[in-house]
Design a binder for this molecule. Structure first.
Ligand code: AMP
Length: 378
C-alpha cells in the first residue's frame, strides 16, 4: 500500500513525500481510513509505530475539507492532548510538517513557560491545538481557549492521561467539548482499569491493536543484569566505557538518581545530560536537542522522557531500575527500536526488583536474556 491509496489530498501527499519514508506503517494503514470515515478510534500501538502521522494526516485532511468561516473568530476544531510538554511540542512539529502545504493554523500550549506566550498562540486562532492538560485548563479558566467547536478530539498516550493524577483534568476538559464529536485515543499500553474510562469516552470505536509491531516484537533485543543497587553506577560506567555505545538513553527512578548518574558519567569524560521534572523547560529542551543532534552521547532521564519522545537512532536504552508498573518498562524500551530499526534494552535488576521483572516478563510473554555479571565492579 502507498500513501496515495489512502485517499489523502495532494497537499498532504506532497508533505509526506518530503519525508524519507514511502509506505504507510500498519497502524497508519488501519487508522487513516477509519478516522477519515468519521469513526471513533481506539489505537493500541506503541510509540515508534508511526501513530502521530496515523492521526495527524486524517485530521489535516478532514479539517482542510471543512468550509472556511469567513467572519467571526475561528475556533479550535481539533484538540490533541498529550501528557508531557516534549511530546506536545513533537506532535506540533509533526502537524506543521504534514500540514505545511495547507492553510491550517496549528498551536501548541504546555506548562513550564510563561502563559503570555500561549495567549499569543491562541490569539492567532489555531484550528488545531495541541496541549498538555494543566496549561490548557489555565487558559480555559482565563477565557483564552474555547473548545465549544471542537470536532475531533485526540488523547495521545491515553493510559497515562487517564491515570488517577490527571483523570480529573481530562474529565474537566472533556466537559468543555461538544457532545457530538469524533474521538481518537492512542496508547502504547491499555491497562484494564483504564479501559472502562476509555469506553465511556468513545462511541462504537474502530479498534486497532497492533501487537505485531509492539516493542515486545523482535526488533528490540532485551538483556538483564542482576546487580545490587550500590553497584549499578559502576556497571553503567563499565558498559558506557567498554562498549561502542552511541546514543544511550538511561532511565532512573528518581530525579536525584538521574543527576547522580549524569555526574558520574561526565566524570568519565563521556558527554551526558539529565532531564527530569526539576529541570526547567529550556534546560530540558536544550538537553533533548543536544541528544538528538548527537552532541551528547548519553541522556539520563526519569520517566518524564519515556512518553512518546521520538529521537531517531537511539541504539540503547539502559534501565537503572526495574519499574514497578510493567507498562512503564514497555514505554521506556520503546524509545529504541523505532520505525523498524533494531535497538537494544539493557536493564539492571536488584534482588528487591526481581518481582517487578517477573511481571514484565509475564506481560511480554517471554523471559529476558540474563547476562552474567562478570564485570569488575569498582
Ligand atoms: P511515532 O510513532 O508517531 O512516534 O513515530 C515514530 C517515527 O516514525 C517518527 O520519526 C516518524 O517520522 C516515523 N514515521 C512516521 N510514519 C512513518 C512511515 N510510514 N514509515 C516509516 N517511518 C515513519
Amino acid at each position: 500500500m502507498t500513501f496515495q491509496d489512502l485517499n489523502l489530498n495532494q497537499h498532504i501527499i506532497k508533505a509526506v513525500e518530503d519525508k524519507p519514508y514511502k509506505t504507510p506503517t500498519k497502524v497508519q494503514e488501519k487508522a487513516i481510513p477509519a478516522i477519515l470515515s468519521g469513526n471513533d478510534l481506539l489505537g493500541c500501538a506503541h510509540t515508534g509505530s508511526g501513530k502521530t502521522a496515523a492521526f495527524a494526516l486524517p485530521i489535516l485532511q478532514s479539517l482542510s475539507k471543512l468550509p472556511v468561516i469567513l467572519e467571526g473568530p475561528k475556533l479550535i476544531r481539533s484538540l490533541i492532548l498529550a501528557p508531557t510538554r516534549e511530546l506536545a511540542i513533537q506532535i506540533g512539529e509533526s502537524f506543521e510538517a504534514y500540514g505545511k502545504y495547507l492553510d491550517i493554523k496549528i498551536g501548541v500550549v504546555y506548562g513550564g513557560i510563561t502563559p503570555k506566550q500561549h495567549i499569543k498562540v491562541l490569539k492567532r486562532e489555531p484550528s488545531i491545538l495541541i496541549a498538555t492538560p494543566g496549561r490548557l485548563l489555565d487558559l480555559i479558566g482565563k477565557g483564552y481557549a474555547d473548545l465549544s467547536k471542537v470536532e475531533i478530539f485526540v488523547l495521545d498516550e491515553a493510559d497515562k492521561m487517564l491515570d488517577v493524577k490527571t483523570l480529573q483534568d481530562i474529565k474537566t476538559i472533556i466537559s468543555k467539548l461538544p457532545n457530538v464529536r469524533q474521538n481518537i485515543l492512542f496508547s502504547a499500553t491499555m491497562p484494564e482499569d483504564v479501559m472502562k474510562i476509555v469506553h465511556s469516552i468513545l462511541k462504537n470505536p474502530v479498534e486497532i491493536d497492533d501487537k505485531s509491531t509492539s516493542p515486545m516484537g523482535a526488533n528490540i533485543k532485551q538483556q538483564v543484569y542482576f546487580v545490587e543497587e550500590p553497584e549499578k553506577t559502576s556497571l553503567l560506567l563499565f558498559l558506557l566505557e567498554n562498549k561502542s555505545y552511541e546514543s544511550v538513553l538511561v532511565f532512573t527512578r528518581t530525579k536525584k538518581r538521574a543527576d547522580k548518574a549524569c555526574k558520574a558519567i561526565n566524570i568519565q569524560n563521556i558527554r551526558a545530560k539529565a532531564i527530569h521534572g526539576d529541570k526547567n523547560q529550556s534546560e530540558r529542551l536544550k538537553a533533548l536537542e543536544l541528544f538528538k543532534n548527537k552532541e551528547i552521547k548519553v541522556l539520563v532521564a526519569t520517566d518524564v522522557a519515556a512518553r512518546g519522545i521520538d529521537i531517531s537512532n537511539i541504539s540503547y536504552v539502559i534501565n537503572m531500575n526495574i519499574p514497578n508498573v510493567p507498562e512503564t518498562f514497555i514505554h521506556r524500551i520503546g524509545r529504541t527500536g523505532r520505525a523498524g530499526i533494531s535497538g537494544m534494552a539493557i536493564s539492571f535488576c536488584s534482588t528487591e526488583e526481581k518481582n517487578f521483572l517477573k511481571k514484565i516478563e509475564e506481560l511480554q510473554g517471554k523471559s529476558i536474556e540474563v547476562i552474567n555479571n562478570t564485570i569488575p565492579v569498582k
